[in-house]
Design a binder for this molecule. Sequence first.
Ligand code: GLN
Length: 548
Amino acid sequence: MKTKYIFITGGVLSSLGKGLAAASIGALLESRGLKVTFQKLDPYINVDPGTMNPFQHGEVYVTDDGAETDLDLGHYERYTKVKMGQRHNYTSGRIYHSVIEKERKGDYLGGTVQVIPHVTDEIKQAILQLEGEADIAIIEIGGTVGDIEGLPFLEAIRQLRGDLGRENTLFIHVTYVPYIKVAGEVKTKPTQHSVKELRSIGIQPDILLCRTEKPLSKDIKAKIALFCDVDEDRVITAKDVSCIYEVPLLFNKEGLDEQIVECLNIWTRSPVLRDWEELMDKIRQPQYEVHIAMVGKYVNLKESYKSLNEALFHGGVANSAKVIIDFVNSEEVRGEKLKERLSKADGILVPGGFGSRGIPGKIEAIQFARENNIPFFGICLGMQLAVIEFARNVAGLKLADSTEFSSTTKDPVIYLMKEWYDYRTGKKQIRDETTAKGGTMRLGAYPCKIKKGTKAYEAYGCEEIYERHRHRYEFNNDYKELFEEKGMCFSGLSPNGELVEIIELPKHPWFLGCQFHPEFKSRPLNPHPLFVSFIHAALSYRTKKSSN
Ligand code: GLN
């Protein structure tokens, strides 16, 4: 079968959950036995989201092939079996970059380079790369209809309908139907305007996904259908839900997948949604509760630790537990106040991060977890800080630090490794302070060998794993022997033993740090072993605490 394309646009306002809608549609199509893939097209000028502030843009999601992408790719991977990569996320910046490069090389033979056709062709090419990858490619356009910067993308998908044909393309528009309290009714005007805007660019939506607080009545659907020229059955209520993993089931009840396969004229089996139903049953009736303190810098913004929050949630579901996260800002909460907050937790987690802000508070939190036998999980920077804490307070290296925070430290336990073998490229990597910034991170999936008899092995149940990375600094092997003597176990290493990937403290009930980001690979239907194990340990700690 030739690949068919679903284009998802958004209207009225941002944050309507277009990404979740796209992911849920993918889940539904998979449940009908179709193979899906995704692409996110982002209208901003940054070439990739790698350098964007997580405060502004939310998490940077890392794929196996080392692409730093928009967090929506995380939703796509969590809801379906797909593996996303470099070619599944384009920004305007990346598109323009390549057009300008071509222009400089003379590829346009002296012609005037214009938005139409050159930029739009470049966009079309990016989309059509997915041809053959799946039965259905779901293409999500970032931003909202009416934004100036989104226009070339909309023009490109408009043209694609003509190029590929009606049965091979589908336009879904996600819109908002607000409930106005004083009037006691829902209002369809914003949706009408948004569709009008879309039609003025030449795109007639086939299906409308209406985000709303209350289910839309038949009358309201009929009204929207009439004004927007969409079949009544294709006006879908996307009611707010308390749990995002309910969305596929909700869409299915509304008949969305049925409408999609009808529009695209494909024959499929009926959807099999047992997994999702069982998952929701489990989520609705947790048997336990567990409190995790997350000590970080961007803690006031849930979006910046999206995958991490989800992974903790998945780990909770696997343990029949509701995970309650206490976000602790390590820049503000210190000393006794910090201890008091952390005493309430059943587990302490220090996530990844960059730069020196908030570091001392995180180190205090790690020390507290280590000394009080509270389950501790350190991820990337969290692992590096656990090493520093251990160096200072257990191994007696009072001035130990990472060269990220102190370039002249006497004991650089975390540093830029000058030379190492890169399993992804099969080449030697060279690092020094001058190459520190920019494209010199260790990015993407790397192999790691796990030592038997460790917590990591217990969790994974296998000796070789692949996990995703996004960092520059590494553990300094000069300190390995000393730390082993003092009780640290290096339970995960790169296959040649050069890079430390996982550390543990065997004497502690659960103290583990990993140089990679396990959260990127956790799925609701396939929770990540380290998160399952961490939450399990936190639950045991909670039980013990309450029986004391
Ligand atoms: N700042 C650290 C490094 O670059 C950790 C990065 C991270 O936590 N993702 O190595």
